[in-house]
Design a protein around this ligand. Structure first.
Ligand SMILES: O=P(O)(O)OC[C@H]1O[C@H](O[C@H]2O[C@H](CO)[C@@H](O)[C@H](O)[C@H]2O)[C@H](O)[C@@H](O)[C@@H]1O
Length: 258
């Protein structure tokens, strides 16, 4: 870094990059399955990776969905808010609920959601997301349901609010802690961590990156622990392309966030 982090001009070859997906690399869509990552962003990620700059995705989605969104790229990744982590070497670590508890929560949640047809229940294998984007009037219903389940299964579940969603994730899952784990390992260690995210779940990541002396970048509006900001997913694409140019030896001031 050539300047203080609050006005950093990044030197990409000295950084390790961490990206949230929904709302950061990909525009928010009415339903999770409609999401895609812009080809220009994918090309930039691919070049960073090809040139040996460490890049990982840190998402609330399961890793298999991340692989589908990023194909043909296969990156180090954290899924389900940190409950899953695939290292640069390809080893995968998972936090999980025991099968019986998972099956019980699944059955009870499905039954409860069935009483509110506007709610959509996403089963992520080791976590659940209660979406109300298509029925915003059900926000408080979704919140109450999620809070009740987390209270009932407090030993194993934690609440993760997000954009038009209340998620039930395995207790202990944290985007901050997975970024910390990546930063202890090659090829990430010894570099400046840079994390871009847009939502509440990303705040844990910003806190750890700040603690490690890195660069935290909030995408969009809203209160945040992040020290820098980009306005939108489109701005993330432009920022990634500026990184590409910087990697190719071209100077481009636009890699400085707003
Ligand atoms: O950590 P992220 O990569 O940002 O993932 C967070 C959640 O993203 C998805 O839900 C959100 O995006 C959907 C598609 O744009 C949107 O319809 C929904 O309202 C958002 O909450 C995904 O479905 C979740 O599993 C992720 O945890």
């Amino acid at each position: 870094m050539s300047k203080q982090n609050d006005e950093a001009e990044l030197e990409p070859r000295r950084c390790a990059f961490f990206f949230d997906v929904d709302g950061t690399l990909a525009e928010i869509q009415p339903r999770p399955e409609l999401v895609s990552i812009p080809p220009r962003s994918l090309a930039a990620l691919q070049q960073l990776h090809r040139e040996g700059v460490p890049v990982a995705v840190i998402s609330g989605r399961p890793i298999e969905q991340l692989d589908a969104l990023l194909q043909p790229l296969v990156l180090p990744a954290a899924g389900i808010h940190g409950a899953q982590r695939r290292t640069a070497g390809g080893t995968q670590q998972n936090l999980a609920l025991d099968e019986q508890t998972f099956a019980t929560v699944q059955r009870e949640l499905a039954q409860a959601c069935g009483e509110h047809p506007g709610l959509s229940l996403e089963n992520k294998g080791v976590a659940f997301a209660l979406h109300y984007r298509l029925a915003p009037e059900l926000e408080e219903t979704a919140r109450a349901l999620a809070e009740a389940f987390v209270k009932r299964y407090a030993e194993v579940l934690a609440l993760q609010p997000g954009k038009c969603v209340f998620e039930l994730k395995p207790r202990g899952a944290s985007k901050g802690e997975v970024i910390r784990s990546f930063m202890r390992e090659a090829p990430f260690s010894g570099r400046t961590p840079v994390f871009l995210g847009d939502d509440l779940t990303d705040e844990a990541g910003f806190a750890v990156v700040n603690e490690l002396g890195g660069v935290s970048i909030k995408v969009g509006s809203g209160a945040t622990e992040a020290t820098q900001r980009l306005a939108s997913v489109a701005a993330v694409t432009a920022w990634l392309e500026a990184l590409q140019h910087a990697l190719s030896g071209q100077q481009d001031q636009s890699i400085k966030p707003d």
